[in-house]
Design a protein around this ligand. Structure first.
Ligand SMILES: Cc1cc2nc3c(=O)[nH]c(=O)nc-3n(C[C@H](O)[C@H](O)[C@H](O)COP(=O)(O)OP(=O)(O)OC[C@H]3O[C@@H](n4cnc5c(N)ncnc54)[C@H](O)[C@@H]3O)c2cc1C
Length: 532
């Protein structure tokens, strides 16, 4: 018997495991469906490892989302981490928090205590900022936030070109000012090791006798008796899918992420009654919001070839060998991520808060690195993505078999609000790429290419090429309305001793990459759980 059971060892779950087990009186069990993170693929951040993780069958759930009529029924690759650290073990490590108004909006929706001033201390609590600490940043936490020490020439050109195009330079988009562009800060140690949630929070707690971590333990349902969560049933995948049960006398906390948290709730009988009936799942609690409100930042890539041969994907040359060798040196550490520059811009001067994010990578790549290095072709990509989409997708069960992946409906551009803004964003991106800073570098815009000129053509290009930038959130939303799944204390409505704590609880997606806000949510949840 445990006090707390945490389902899923991702961005949120690893932090919870640390905080809840800090008191030796609390007996905590963390269950993770994937393997341990003890591998160089995760810890060593060289770009080949990152590419491997992106498509790995071992460390990645490799989900696919369905398309809708607007996007030509195309399927979308939605990778998610399947290991200790979860998606933070396979992500690009960019550290961003979002705009003050994102959180003030959560509070305005009825989520008392989630306004920016209230949550800022929770961002700071876990943060180990390598710059000088200030009002917005702390160096006393466990999660390293650092400036990379290596950039390829096109990334410098991008930052300069933004200034030439009139976009302000902003070296701290997580501080006082949100708008502007510069190099990103990232989650790595000064030795250049990935600082995912497992490395930051779980590994330092592993020696605690009151913390049990089970890997290859895939939860199939939460055991609920008389409206109270009592424990979980899971497959021990190490032992040929043997079914096991463990119990908790305080709380079960669901942190299986935006796709699997709603799936596990539905498999446990918590969800929309008619949906559960379709799969012969006995109803425990009719909560129609489970799996709804799914959000993502829709993203398009402008891809260019590089005549200076100075990008990461390049004609083989000796400096590249030196670059890769640095990832294995014991001294002169390299702190690097391929998508190393970007920030926030407005699609239109009339927009109150910047609504688009730019992310630049000195790599001639296709989305998701599916055709990655294209030898002998140097190039770079500029991502444009919309930060506050109005379209909503959903997650539905495919069957009542817990080993079947659920059906994900991405539903991009169901509302054309974000499509209109992205058309403007592509034009701004082209303006940036046409600045003098790129004159010795940019050979040709390969995608969308010179035949895509009018708004109508750009619009079609976006519909044909939109992809996920992996910031999926909101499928078990926090709120006080009929579609809310958890209340502002993250407790599941109508069920005792059960909370959801992960990126699925975002009522609305933040204007940021979402690992840092997810860690913040877990930090605040840990406080609420321990202080209740
Ligand atoms: C390729 C990629 C790049 C990204 N880049 C960035 C970036 O640069 N910066 C940024 O801020 N964000 C980035 N993100 C997004 C960010 O990493 C995620 O949104 C965040 O990690 C989600 O945290 P979470 O705790 O909600 O879920 P996760 O971290 O995904 O954790 C969920 C965990 O639950 C486990 N699990 C699922 N089902 C079960 C089950 N049935 N039983 C037991 N365990 C289960 C999973 O295996 C996983 O370990 C990226 C994401 C991806 C995929």
């Amino acid at each position: 018997m445990y006090d707390y059971i945490i389902i899923g060892g991702g961005s949120a779950g690893c932090l919870l495991a640390n905080r809840l087990s800090a008191n030796p009186k609390n007996k905590v069990c963390l269950l993770e469906a994937g393997p341990s993170d003890n591998t160089h693929w995760i810890h060593n951040c060289n770009p080949i490892n990152m590419l491997y993780l992106m498509n790995s069958k071992k460390y990645n759930w490799r989900n696919y989302a369905e398309g809708n009529a607007k996007t030509g029924k195309r399927k979308f690759y939605w990778p998610r981490g399947k290991t200790l650290g979860g998606s933070s073990a396979i992500n690009a490590m960019i550290y961003t928090r979002g705009h003050r108004s994102d959180f003030d909006h959560w509070a305005a929706l009825g989520n008392t205590g989630w306004d920016y001033d209230s949550i800022l201390p929770y961002f700071k609590k876990s943060q180990k900022q390598h710059r000088k600490p200030d009002f917005f940043h702390s160096n006393e936490g466990e999660m390293d936030v650092i400036d990379p020490n290596f950039h390829f020439a096109p990334s410098y050109a991008f930052v300069k070109a933004c200034q030439e195009a009139g976009i302000p330079k902003n070296s701290d988009i997580n501080g006082e000012k949100y708008e502007g562009v510069d190099f990103f800060q990232i989650n790595q140690t000064k030795e250049g090791k990935r600082c995912h949630s497992a490395a930051s929070f779980l590994t330092p707690a592993l020696s605690r006798k009151n913390l049990t971590v089970l890997t290859y333990a895939q939860v199939n349902k939460i055991i609920i008796e008389n409206g109270e969560a009592k424990g979980v049933e899971y497959f021990d995948l190490k032992k040929g899918k043997t079914l096991k049960t463990i119990t908790a006398n305080k709380e079960v906390i669901l942190s299986a992420g935006v796709i699997n948290s709603p799936q596990i709730l539905m498999l446990s009988g918590i969800g929309k009654a008619s949906e559960l009936a379709k799969h012969n799942i006995p109803l425990v609690k009719d909560l129609p919001g489970v799996g709804e409100n799914l959000q993502d930042h829709p993203d398009v890539i402008i891809r260019c070839s590089d005549k200076s041969n100075s990008s990461l994907t390049t004609v083989p040359k000796p400096s590249m060998l030196k670059f890769f060798a640095r990832f294995y040196r014991k001294s002169e550490h390299i702190v690097f991520t391929p998508t190393d520059a970007g920030g926030y811009i407005k699609s239109d001067a009339s927009v109150a808060v910047p609504d688009l994010q730019l992310q630049f990578a000195p790599i001639r790549m296709f989305p998701h690195g599916t055709k990655p290095l294209t030898p002998s072709k140097a190039g770079f990509v500029l991502h444009v993505c919309h930060m506050r989409p109005k379209s909503r997708g959903n997650i539905k069960l495919k069957s009542n078999n817990p080993l079947d992946a659920p059906i994900i409906n991405a539903n991009y551009f169901d509302n054309e609000f974000e499509l209109d803004a992205l058309v403007k964003g592509v034009k701004i991106a082209r303006e940036i790429l046409s600045q003098p800073a790129f004159s010795t570098m940019l050979k040709e815009e390969e995608m969308p290419g010179k035949n895509v000129v009018s708004d109508k053509e750009i619009r079609q290009f976006i519909l044909d090429r939109v992809e996920s930038v992996y910031h999926t959130a909101g499928s078990c939303k926090m709120g006080v309305d009929d579609m809310a799944v958890v209340d502002p204390e993250l407790k599941v409505y109508g069920i005792k001793n059960l909370r959801v704590v992960d990126s699925s609880i975002f009522p609305t997606i933040t204007g940021s990459n979402i690992h840092a806000p997810t860690v913040m949510i877990a930090e605040k949840a840990a406080d609420m759980i321990l202080n209740q």
